[in-house]
Design a protein. Structure first.
Length: 247
């Protein structure tokens, strides 16, 4: 008999999903929105967007401002983050049309939701506002408790986001969540490193630009070519021939 996670808090698993190139792809809409909003805040056209993969939005905004010779003050960074959220709000239809949910993502969320010990949320470099727009636009919110997650405007450092999410989950679920109870699913070495540094488990999905080797080198304990394979990994027999519990 499976113990009730409410009376066995050590059984709780907090699964934190990266969003871009793990659950969805905007297929260039995100970059286009940056092109649109950057001049309205800075008075300059966007000529270079800082590297985006696996980084937090605050990091991207900071470096993009510097690349344009603009001092990244708190005020300018906040203004760009707000304009970005407004840009996404204005582009919801375009996002829904041009972007897509990655294969297996919807089924993987639903499959994990059948496990009573699993609580799912996001750990993303996106700001809270943009993350919510993306999740809502693609109808992925049913099994995600977004109040447990951590976002790119919570902290610049991704590893710190894992601790923030764990603290939120501890408060919200009323049970202390140990780092070993956290699983990060993402597509970049930064996702894997953040998990490893925070003492969490990392599953790498090679639906972004990084290979299984890249993700393993950064600390992934498992890698998969797509989320189509996640339920199979979860239900795969262990060495003892029994199904894995929510891993
Ligand atoms: Mg990603």
């Amino acid at each position: 008999m499976v113990p009730d996670p409410r009376t066995h808090p050590e059984r709780i698993r907090l699964v934190l999903w990266d969003i871009d190139h793990t659950l969805i792809e905007t297929r260039g809409v995100g970059r286009d929105i940056y092109q649109r909003i950057f001049p309205t805040v800075t008075g300059q056209p966007l000529h270079t967007l800082a590297a985006v993969h696996g980084r937090t939005e605050l990091d991207i905004i900071h470096d993009t401002l510097q690349l344009h010779g603009i001092t990244p003050t708190d005020e300018t960074m906040r203004a760009l983050a707000t304009a970005l959220a407004d840009g996404y709000t204005a582009a919801i239809d375009e996002l829904a049309t041009r972007g897509r949910v990655l294969p297996g993502a919807r089924a993987a969320l639903a499959d994990l939701a059948t496990e009573p010990s699993v609580h799912q949320s996001v750990l993303t470099g996106n700001t809270t506002a943009v993350a919510k727009i993306k999740i809502k636009t693609f109808g992925l919110g049913e099994h995600l408790d977004l109040l447990l997650g951590a976002y790119g405007d919570d902290h610049q450092d991704r590893a710190t986001l894992v601790t923030i999410a764990r603290t939120r989950a501890t408060n919200r679920l009323g049970a202390t969540i140990d780092p070993t109870q956290v699983v990060i699913i993402g597509d970049t070495p930064n996702d894997m490193r953040a998990a490893t540094m925070a003492g969490a488990r990392a599953i790498g999905i090679t639906t972004g630009r990084y290979s299984a080797g890249d993700l393993r080198a950064a600390g992934a304990t498992s890698t998969l070519p797509s989320l189509v394979d996640l339920p199979r990994l979860r239900h795969a027999p262990t060495d003892r021939g029994t199904p894995r519990q929510s891993r």
